[in-house]
Design a protein around this ligand. Sequence first.
Ligand code: BMP
Length: 258
Amino acid sequence: PRKIISYSERARLCSHPVTRKLLTLMEEKRTNLTVSVDLTAAAEVISMVDKVGPYVCMIKTHVDIIEDFSQDFVRKLTDLAVKHNFIIFEDRKFADIGNTVMQQYSGGMYRIADWANITNAHTLPGSGVIQGLKQIGLQKERGCLLIAEMSSSGNLCSGDYTKETVKIAEGNKDFVIGFICQSAISDDPEFLHITPGVQLSSRKDQMGQNYVTPREVILNHKSDVIIVGRGIIKAEDPVVAAKAYMEAGYSAYMERMS
Ligand code: BMP
C-alpha cells in the first residue's frame, strides 16, 4: 500500500475544526477506534463509555434506542467526552427533505445538534438533506458524515450512488467532513473515511451484517477509523476487548505509514 501522511500532519491540512480535533487526538491517544455503544439503558451507556473512553477517539451513539433518554444523560456523556478526550458521533442517519431533517436535527426530545459533534446522513434525498442539516450545524461548528457505502448484505449504496455521494461531499466541505464507507473513496486528505462492520473474530451476524478485521480496514481498505459495536460491548471484558481493537487498529495504521 502507498505511504500515507500521519493523522497529525493531516490535521494541519484540514480546515474543519471537528476534523482537526479528531485527527489530533487520534495521534495523541494513539487510537483510531470508535466504539458504538448500542445499549438501551442510559446508565449502561454511561458506564460503558466511562470504561472504554480512554481507548477511543470517538463514541458513537444511537440515542433513539435508549429507553430513559434525558438531558441528564447528555450532560453525563458530554462530561465524559471532556474527561477522556473523545468526539461524540450520533449515528442518526438523516434521510429526508431539508426542512424535515433541520427540525429532526435541532429539535424533538433529543436535540442532537446541541451535543453531538458529528452526525451522519444518507444522500438518497439529494443534497437538500445537507442544506437542511447545515442550517443548524454550521453555526454550532458541527460535522456531518455521508453514508457512501454500507456493511450489510444487498445494500444499494454502491456504484454511481457512492460516486454522487462523494460529489455532494465535495460541494459541502464547510459541513461534510467525510464518509461512512467500507474503503477509501476519495483522495482528498480533508475527508475522513470511517468504517463500521468490524470484528476480530466473526464474519457475519444473523441479520446481514458483514465483518472485516481492523487490519483489513486500515491497511487494505485505507480507511482512517474503525467502528466496533458488539465486538467490544458484548465481550466478556469490554476493556480488554477495547484495548485489543485499539492495538489492532493503530498497529495497522503504523504499518501503513512505514
Ligand atoms: P456491530 O459492530 O455491533 O455490528 O455494530 C455496528 C454499528 O455500526 C451499528 O451501530 C450500526 O448501526 C452501524 N453501522 C453498520 O453496522 N453498518 C453501516 O454500514 C453503517 C452503520 O452505521
